[in-house]
Design a protein around this ligand. Structure first.
Ligand SMILES: *Cc1c(COP(=O)(O)O)cnc(C)c1O
Length: 531
């Protein structure tokens, strides 16, 4: 199918391989089928070749294992091939565009990796004496400085280990600040356009969560919010840019109203990549905001690495931030403020978010990213992220319903819906079709405010040529969905696995392998192995 497209990019046509004759092995060209590791290695075989241990005194006190425990024995090359074959069936940002809305799946510059692997950073141990890790503390402090600078805030808690962990940290700061005033407010307001982790965090911290409706433009309804404020409201949690990919223009008015009512403003800043270098949340009256280093500051995430969610804090909340943190001393050295020495300097801390000092590998990557981009580079990051998303929005809005496109440009992600698809075809069918076209699907059915939503975030690291390929794929799929091409129901047809029953997989997951039933008279694998 050769889709018309605006850019003139034309995929080279290949014969339809879907109809190709199955192979004897199940392999398709150099894409190899791979059974489970339990199916290729039995407990009767082993990958190591060591002599039997000589008879010696058994000191296990009768606890020695008598049954084989059923781990598959494979040789080293068998093991390496098993995992390499599986990895080739995976999709990764190093393979292609990964348009998962809200997730910011962007290229991680290799310079970051080089810095993170420097032995002085990579090999430090969190229990090393402070005097032996001054350089690492210097990096944490320097990164903290730039996060405060970029957000216009007062302090930063570096230890939270993900966005949602940062939200919890911020809400605990708000609770500590209220408790210090003897104020037992119990309600957190969360707009419909907020990320799902926001109400989850507030509920987890023991607050009653109340919805604030969105305007027809997809933004927080300021008047509805003002009407709900009162002496029981501890604060609001607002995602900005919100999950419709839109900037909350009334942020300052929202903050002023919440503060006037005695509450605090939490801002979900996971998608700071849309505004970095252009807007400082501190200037908008935000009291606490997490930054996902693993999104905005490019460190790999998802299957590729851990997260890191530092929380910047206003002057009102900073005294309640968690331990430990770094501080520069008058003599120029950077010190670690922990329970032992926090008494005088930081007596109001609500406690700890994690055992040690945060994700060192994420800190080194993020600082390398910030310093190598510089002020002008970071401004260009947000500019390019927004430009790329708007390029997609305008390249697709004639074939995919874009519910908020009327209200102006989007931020870092473009939101579409399934309106206009033929009866029986859904967002899920289009998303599965993307796999056949060689793209990871976009975020779907989120945000909830739009029916059959598709949230597409190209990120700033994609070239125009890369975006044009995505546009070709999405235009073709959208046209098929509008025309009622029911073959989309079978997608993906080219993937190593066809469409799964996702409901069954979620409701009744099979989490352990058990040996298949063997016809009577045939020894099972463990019987073959003996002990
Ligand atoms: C990714 C994201 C989060 C959660 O971050 P994690 O690191 O996955 O916990 C929260 N809010 C928004 C808007 C996000 O995009």
């Amino acid at each position: 199918m050769n889709a018309p497209n605006k850019s003139g990019w034309k995929p080279e046509m290949t014969p339809d391989t879907a109809a190709a004759v199955p192979t004897a092995t199940g392999n398709r060209a150099l894409m190899l089928e791979e059974p489970l590791i339990f199916e290729i290695g039995g407990s009767e075989t082993t990958g190591v070749d060591l002599p039997e241990p000589s008879e010696g005194a058994n000191r296990l006190g009768g606890m020695a294992r008598t049954e084989p425990f059923g781990l598959p024995g494979l040789s080293e090359p068998e093991t390496v091939r098993h995992y390499t074959r599986l990895s080739r069936q995976n999709y990764a940002i190093d393979l292609g565009l990964f348009p998962l809305g809200s997730c910011t799946m962007k290229h991680n510059p290799r310079l970051n990796e080089k810095v993170a692997r420097m032995p002085g950073f990579a090999d430090v141990h969190p229990l090393q004496p402070v005097d032996t890790v001054r350089g690492a503390l210097e990096v944490i402090n320097e990164l903290a400085h730039w996060l405060i600078e970029l957000t216009g805030m007062h302090g930063v808690a570096m230890t939270p280990k993900a966005g949602a962990h940062g939200e919890l940290c911020g809400i605990l700061c708000i609770r500590a600040a209220l408790e210090a005033k003897g104020d037992a407010r119990k309600v957190i307001l969360v707009p419909e356009s907020a990320h799902g982790t926001n109400p989850a965090t507030a509920a987890f911290a023991g607050y009653a969560v109340e919805d604030i409706p969105a305007t027809p433009e997809g933004r927080v309804d300021l008047e509805a919010l003002k009407a709900r404020l009162g002496p029981d409201v501890a604060g609001v949690m607002i995602t900005n840019p919100n999950t419709c990919g839109l900037f909350e223009r009334d942020m300052k008015a929202i903050s002023d109203a919440v503060h006037a009512a005695g509450g605090y403003v939490y801002c979900d800043g996971a998608n700071f990549n849309a505004i970095v270098g252009r807007v400082r949340p501190g200037d908008l009256g935000v009291d606490a905001m997490h930054i996902n280093l693993h999104k905005t500051f490019s460190t790999p995430h998802g299957g590729g690495g851990p997260g890191s969610g530092p929380v910047v804090l206003s002057e009102a909340l900073a005294p309640y931030g968690p331990l430990p943190f770094t501080a520069r001393r008058p003599d120029g050295t950077v010190d670690l403020i922990e329970e032992e020495n926090a008494g005088e300097e930081h007596p109001l801390s609500f406690g700890r978010m994690s055992a040690f000092h945060g994700q060192m590998g994420m800190f080194t990557r993020a600082l390398a990213y910030i310093l190598s981009h510089g002020a002008d580079g970071l401004r260009q990051v947000s500019g390019d992220a927004v430009l790329n998303a708007n390029y997609l929005l305008r390249s697709l809005e004639d074939v995919l319903d874009a519910p908020f496109a009327f209200s102006g440009p989007c931020m870092h992600e473009a939101l579409f819906s399934d309106r206009g698809f033929a009866d029986g075809l859904t967002t899920l069918d289009l998303a599965k079709g993307m796999i056949d076209e060689g793209f990871h699907p976009m975020t779907m059915y989120f945000p909830l405010v739009v029916h059959g939503s598709m949230l597409v975030e190209p990120t700033e690291t994609e070239s125009k040529a890369g975006l044009d390929q995505l546009v070709v794929a999405l235009r073709s799929l959208a046209e098929r969905a509008r025309a009622g091409d029911m073959s989309l129901k079978n997608a993906p047809i080219h993937a190593p696995r066809r469409r799964l029953d996702e409901t069954l997989a979620a409701r009744k997951p099979v989490l352990a392998w058990s040996e298949p039933d063997v016809p009577a008279g045939h020894p099972t694998r463990s019987e073959q192995g003996g002990s």
